[in-house]
Design a protein around this ligand. Structure first.
Ligand code: GDP
Ligand code: ZN
Length: 459
């Protein structure tokens, strides 16, 4: 439990229907009571647990009303933070909510740091780390699917599944440590065989979760498509057509796209980030050079590169240079301007197979269905199931799970090779430590800080 009481505005600043100010900690009730009054302006003796009140916030110095408010008190441990909590809903002007926050701070509360409410919920054991991460994901969810994924995670489904696996591992560890105390006995053969079976079974369960992490990451973070190709092939036009808006400036003058332009759209409920590069032409212009450097980095991170060539022009040296630079990347080749008489040498292109090809005409709006289908196939969106969502979804989860899997495999081999019990116990503890990194039972300050620093204040 924490000794101080934190306060923050929990809703975005600016004009809104309502604004919420949140207070959590041992003195939440007494601090709030300093400025809360009934609708008639009378002081309240105390707040009932889980009751919603209608009343006023006043400046306690003058008893001048600040706003009419709805407020709510939740006594520990039955609140989000597992601490005494008061939430005050005021009219949404940023002046009013800031004034209420000031009065709470003057009355003894401390301004909360970003994510501190969620961090307290975690440190007080109300939620685990996977659930805390889900709170950020929920705030950031761009699509219905990403939202559903975060809700499942917050409801604790991944934590329960991992918890069951942890319990089974602890059970094995206890048996092994019991033998450590009486080494002359050793692990009975039957039990050894059962443990080998069980570690194989648990390995299978963890592998199944591991295999779907990338799918989860795609739902959550979206997919990055990078458009590249020499100037004037129609990159900006394709970006606009896919986004359905005029985000990029389309001009017939080569090289007008100086900087990177990006936008989001959805395919099958997955957010797709689409970035138009300036092309990769060598240049002396320092501004263009910065753009080219950024474009190169993006191309390295892309889930899929859309490489555009012009059907109405011969395949040039510049096209060839770009094609060669993409040799080791996931590429979809788009032949644009199929409405123009063909001048493109398809034989030259054949040298760059296995680029899968889509024929397109932005002007005639032809080929877009095939393009979307090709994107869906290439980035594996077709494999994403809505009914049965992946349990975990971040690089952090993936690294920890990889270690758990390696440790479990080493443990099973050790069992099969009849290694000594103390060595087996070391392997099992390593597996438990890796799983503990996911749920937060075993996680260092730095990782925690990194996670909670991503929050906004008031969450
Ligand atoms: P970027 O430099 O690669 O971004 O190319 P833009 O999108 O700016 O397009 C260059 C020129 O090609 C513009 O004049 C577009 O109108 C034209 N263009 C784009 N797509 C097509 C197409 O499918 N057919 C024809 N005929 N012209 C196109
Ligand atoms: Zn452009």
């Amino acid at each position: 439990m924490f000794l101080d009481t934190i306060a923050a505005i929990a809703t975005p600043l600016g004009e809104a229907g309502i604004g919420v100010v949140r207070l959590s900690g041992p003195a939440a009730q007494s601090i709030a009571l300093g400025l809360l009054r009934t609708a008639r302006g009378e002081k309240l003796g105390g707040l009932q647990d889980h009751r919603v009140y209608y009343g006023k916030v006043v400046d306690p110095q003058t008893e001048q009303p600040v706003d009419e408010v709805i407020f709510f008190y939740a006594a520990r441990p039955h609140s989000f933070t597992a601490e005494d909590t008061v939430e005050i809903q005021a009219h949404g002007s940023s002046y009013i909510v800031q004034r209420i926050l000031e009065l709470l701070l003057a009355n003894g509360a401390r301004l909360a740091e970003p994510g501190e409410f969620t961090q307290r919920a975690f440190l007080n054991g109300r939620i685990d780390l996977v659930q805390a991460e889900a709170v950020i994901d929920l705030i950031r969810a761009k699509t219905a699917k990403a939202h559903q994924l975060a809700l499942n995670q917050l409801a604790g489904e991944p934590s329960r599944v991992i918890g069951r696996i942890e319990a089974a591992l602890y059970d094995m560890l206890i048996h092994i440590e019991a033998v450590l105390d009486f080494p002359e006995e050793g692990i009975p053969d039957l039990q050894r065989a059962a443990m080998i079976d069980q570690s194989r079974e648990l390995h299978g369960q963890l592998s199944a979760i591991y295999d779907r992490i990338d799918e989860g990451r795609k739902i959550k973070e979206g997919i990055t498509l990078v458009i590249t190709g020499r100037p004037n092939v129609g990159k900006s036009s394709i970006l606009n057509a896919l986004l359905g808006e005029e985000k990029a400036i389309v001009t017939p003058i080569p090289g007008t796209t100086r900087d990177l332009i990006e936008g989001f759209f959805q395919l099958q409920g997955v957010p797709i980030r689409l970035v138009d590069t300036a092309g990769l032409r060598p240049t002396d212009n320092p501004i263009e050079q910065i753009g080219i450097e950024r474009a190169r980095k993006l191309l390295d991170q892309a889930d899929l590169v859309l490489f555009i060539v012009d059907n109405g022009a011969p395949f040039s040296e510049e096209d060839r240079a770009i094609a060669e630079s993409l040799a080791d990347k996931p590429v979809l080749l788009i032949v644009n301007k199929t409405d123009l008489p063909a001048q493109l040498d398809r034989a030259a292109l054949a040298g760059f197979q296995p680029f899968e090809t889509v024929e397109l005409s932005v002007v005639q709006r032809r080929g877009f269905e095939r393009l979307e289908k090709a994107i869906i196939d290439r980035v594996g969106l077709g494999k994403i199931r809505l009914d049965d969502q992946p349990l975990l979804n971040s690089v952090r989860h993936k690294e920890a799970l990889r270690q758990a899997l390696d440790g479990l495999a080493a443990f099973r081999e050790g069992m099969e090779l009849s290694l000594t019990e103390d060595l087996l116990a070391v392997e099992l503890r390593a597996v438990l430590a890796a799983l503990g990194e996911i749920t937060g039972k075993n996680v260092n300050e730095e990782v925690l800080h990194g996670i909670f620093a991503q929050f906004c204040i008031g969450k």
